[in-house]
Design a protein. Structure first.
Length: 280
C-alpha cells in the first residue's frame, strides 16, 4: 500500500538463520493497541522454510515459530466458481495460518473482519455463506456475519474484539489467548484430501460437530462444580472414545469460555490445586 507507506523489517529464519528484509504496511502497526501481529512467512520468501513471525505494534520482532505445515500451497488451485468462495480459494489468497485462525474464530464465535483493497469488490456474502456451512445446526448456533471492509476504513476504525486479516493474509488481530491451532490445521488437511468443494466443507463440519458435542458434555460437568483436568479427560474419553491431550483441552476451554460462556476456572490442575491447599 504505497499511499500508506510500508515498514521494512529484517527477519531471520528460526531454522537455518537465513536473513531477509520484508515490507509490512504501516497501518497494521498504527491500528494495533495491544497484542501481537502474526505474519506467516511462506517457503521462498526468506529461505526454504516457512514460519510465523511475531511483531509488536512498534514493528519489533518478538519471536518466531517454526511450522511444518502439511499443505503445499503451490499445489492448491482456486475453484472455478465465480459466485461462491471455497476452502481452497481462502488458502490460495490468505494462506493456511490465516485460514486456521478463521476456523478458530468460528469455533469461539468471534467476529471476523477480512480486509480488501480499494481495487476489490466485497465478498462479505460469500464469506458469510461458506463460514456458516462449517458450523453445525444447534440451539447454540449463531449466524456468522463476516465484514469485508476496505483497508482504509479499517485504519480509521478502532476494532479490538474481532479476528482481522489483511488482503495478503497477515493476521492483524486475534482476540484470544494464543494456543496452538493443531485441530484447525488438521481438519483443513483432511478436507483437502477430498477434491469436491462441498464435501470438503462437510469434512470440516463433521469434525466441528464432534468437538462441540465434547464441549457441551464438559459444560454440563463444570456447571455442577469443580473437576480435576485428568478426571475430566477420562470422562470425555469414556463417553466419546476420544483421548484428549493438553492442546485439545486448551481448545475446548476456549470454546467453553467464548462460545458457551462457561466458567472454565472450574477445571482444576491437580498439582496447582494441591499447592493452593497447602497455602491455606
Amino acid at each position: 500500500m504505497s499511499e500508506n507507506g510500508e515498514k521494512e523489517i529484517k527477519i531471520q529464519c528460526p531454522v537455518c538463520q537465513n536473513e531477509k528484509k520484508i515490507k509490512v504496511p504501516k497501518y497494521i502497526f498504527d491500528n494495533k493497541k495491544v497484542g501481537i501481529i502474526k505474519i506467516q512467512i511462506y517457503k521462498g520468501i526468506c529461505c526454504e522454510h516457512q514460519f510465523i513471525l511475531f511483531l509488536n505494534k512498534k514493528g519489533e520482532i518478538k519471536g518466531y515459530e517454526s511450522i511444518d505445515m502439511k499443505i503445499d500451497l503451490s499445489e492448491v488451485k482456486e475453484s472455478k466458481s465465480k459466485d461462491s468462495i471455497h476452502l481452497r480459494d481462502l488458502l490460495k489468497t490468505y494462506g493456511d495460518y490465516a485460514v486456521s485462525c478463521i476456523i478458530h474464530s468460528l469455533l469461539l464465535n468471534i467476529p471476523i473482519i477480512i480486509l480488501r483493497t480499494k481495487y476489490e469488490g466485497s465478498h462479505a456474502s460469500q464469506f458469510t455463506s461458506l463460514f456458516n456451512e462449517i458450523l453445525p445446526e444447534s440451539s447454540n448456533k449463531k449466524m456468522v456475519l463476516v465484514s469485508n471492509i476496505l483497508e482504509l476504513d479499517y485504519q480509521k476504525a478502532k476494532i479490538e474484539d474481532a479476528l482481522v486479516i489483511n488482503p495478503t493474509g497477515i493476521v492483524i488481530n486475534t482476540p484470544w489467548k494464543d494456543i496452538q491451532l493443531d485441530f484447525e490445521n488438521n481438519i483443513v488437511n483432511e478436507a483437502l484430501k477430498i477434491i469436491d468443494d462441498s464435501t470438503q466443507t462437510y469434512i470440516i463440519l463433521d469434525a466441528v460437530s464432534k468437538l462441540f458435542k465434547e464441549a457441551e458434555f464438559i459444560k454440563v460437568i463444570i456447571d455442577k462444580g469443580d473437576i480435576i483436568e485428568e478426571d475430566l479427560k477420562n470422562k470425555v474419553a469414556m463417553n466419546f472414545l476420544d483421548n484428549i491431550d493438553n492442546k485439545k483441552l486448551d481448545l475446548l476451554k476456549q470454546i467453553l469460555e467464548h462460545r458457551y460462556k462457561s466458567n472454565v476456572k472450574r477445571i482444576k490442575n491437580r498439582l496447582l490445586s494441591k499447592l493452593d491447599d497447602g497455602l491455606w
